[in-house]
Write a protein that binds this ligand. Structure first.
Ligand SMILES: Cc1cc2nc3c(=O)[nH]c(=O)nc-3n(C[C@H](O)[C@H](O)[C@H](O)COP(=O)(O)OP(=O)(O)OC[C@H]3O[C@@H](n4cnc5c(N)ncnc54)[C@H](O)[C@@H]3O)c2cc1C
Length: 462
């Protein structure tokens, strides 16, 4: 609990209507989209509620909040849309949630520089709408476009449907304004390339708010494509589809969408080519040839068009049923759907062997893979795991054990345990194992910038 010596100055900074301390609000802010079912071994992270929520509307107000917190040793947790799936916003040590959603102004769209400068809390979908009016679009297109914020996507380095052409969210970042844990403001320059020292943007990309609060971002934007061509190839084996994805990528063909999915019914490579007409036609033709050479069959644009059209449905449902609701509502929505979705990255040459070894781990455990997929690059390999019988609760211990083994196998084979959603509370215990000395360096940086560990403590294993 915070006493009036803290609450009062917070209300002076943001106004009393923007300091929330009621139990209902503390409950709904003290989680993201991670359900405790999937937080194997980290369930106690959900034991505490935040002590307060503050809702600043400017960088100056964020500086005021951070300076107060630094003086009083109060923990701060940056909060964007609260749609993360790893527990990055869970206040495991209590403290003050800093909700950036009022900082939602689109400050500049520059069609010549091909950049947009926005405040941290702009929802990706709102930016997309404004850009479209000027014939532009963002490069980051996750399922969660209707609900996630620009700074949340930067802080998790998320991956989206156009990542095959434009890369993950981190690749979109040109410049950042960040309030450091001591209240100083870092503002990097909006140029695409640095050689005068390291590019500090990378300290904050994928860092889950442990080094500061992003208040503003300049990101790359792109012309709306002259044309879009959808194509779908069907394969008898995942390996054939994988070979097609490897060959396409090696040849330098960059579809916007590259998604290979194997489920119980089919094995399909979904491709979307976007851009100027002649380039798209050439890429499509060559990609189709490659798919046929590796054993695929062209089954037309239909399945990929449908896939593209429906890509945001899960987020639309999440917005209607769960976003901003109390934890009980979010968690009960989970119902009997007790599955886990894992997103590993490995060198191309190891992915197929890794898949075989994962199958061996699962044999006889009651856990099966409902879906194998590649998303945007052949190195980015995902598996949806679920119990054979549908009785998820009974098999939870097996699921937890399999997940741990599958993730550590990826690390042991020279890969990483997560390419998309961050670490949060769910994967915290495995990060030092993965990073080794690099984790020591991250710890040293944290010690220098945030010696009292006020900024999202307990995340990134810090
Ligand atoms: C239905 C659904 C679909 C999804 N689809 C995708 C997908 O396709 N691709 C994908 O990558 N992810 C997806 N996600 C996960 C989620 O949307 C992403 O992780 C997203 O990037 C999080 O954005 P957010 O604004 O909600 O961040 P939050 O959940 O609020 O925060 C995420 C992390 O960033 C930190 N943070 C937030 N704002 C700031 C800030 N201003 N400064 C510093 N740190 C900050 C938080 O402390 C936390 O650690 C999906 C989630 C749902 C519920």
């Amino acid at each position: 609990m915070l006493d009036s010596a803290t609450i009062h100055p917070l209300t002076q900074i943001v106004g009393s209507e923007n300091v929330l301390t009621g139990e209902y609000d503390l409950d709904r802010y003290s989680a993201d989209a991670l359900n405790p079912f999937r937080a194997y071994g980290a369930e106690d992270a959900f034991d505490r509620l935040a002590d307060a929520v503050v809702r600043p509307e400017s960088t100056e107000q964020v500086v005021g909040i951070v300076s107060l917190a630094a003086d009083q040793g109060i923990t701060l947790i940056p909060y964007g849309g609260g749609t993360g799936v790893m527990g990055g916003t869970v206040p495991i040590r209590g403290g003050v949630i800093v909700d950036l959603s009022r900082m939602n102004r689109i400050l500049e769209i520059n069609a010549r520089d091909l950049t947009a400068t926005v405040e941290a809390g702009v929802v990706l979908g709102d930016l997309e709408d404004d850009l479209a009016e000027q014939g532009l679009m963002p490069g980051h297109d996750p399922y969660s476009v209707p609900i996630a914020t620009v700074a949340g996507a930067i802080s998790t380095n998320g991956v989206g449907y156009r990542a095959a052409a434009y890369g993950p969210m981190g690749n979109q970042v040109v410049a950042l304004e960040v309030v450091l844990p001591d209240g100083r403001i870092v503002a990097t320059n909006a140029v695409p390339k640095y050689s005068s020292g390291p590019n500090l943007n990378h300290l904050f990309i994928g860092s889950e708010g442990v080094f500061g609060i992003i208040t503003k971002a300049t990101i790359r934007v792109f012309r709306l494509p002259e044309t879009q061509v959808f194509t779908t190839a069907s394969f008898d084996t995942f390996d054939q589809g994988f070979d097609a994805a490897v060959e396409l990528t090696a040849l330098g063909i960059r579809p916007s969408l590259l998604d290979l999915t194997e489920d119980e019914d089919s094995i399909r490579l979904h491709l979307l080519f976007e851009g100027y007409r002649e380039g798209v036609a050439a890429d499509e033709q060559r990609a189709k040839q490659i798919c046929i050479q590796t054993g695929g069959q062209d089954i037309g644009p239909g399945p990929t068009m449908e896939y593209w059209r429906d890509r945001r449905q899960s987020a639309v449902r999440y917005k209607a049923e769960a976003l901003g609701r109390p934890r009980k509502v979010r968690w009960s929505r989970w119902g009997g759907r007790n599955f886990d979705y894992l997103h590993m990255a490995l060198p191309v040459s190891k992915v197929l062997d890794y898949r075989k070894r994962c199958d061996l781990i699962m044999a006889g455990t009651g856990i099966k893979v409902a879906e194998y997929s590649l998303w945007s690059r052949p190195e980015l390999f995902s598996m949806m795991l679920r119990p054979d019988t549908g009785d998820g609760v009974r098999f939870r211990a097996n699921l937890a054990e399999v997940v741990e083994q599958v993730l550590t196998l990826a690390q042991d084979m020279g890969g990483i345990m997560e390419y998309c959603h961050g670490v949060g509370v769910k994967l915290n215990h495995l990060l030092a194992r993965e990073l080794g000395v690099s984790h020591d360096v991250i710890r040293d940086l944290k010690q220098t910038l945030d010696p009292a560990n006020i900024m999202n403590p307990g995340k990134l294993g810090l």
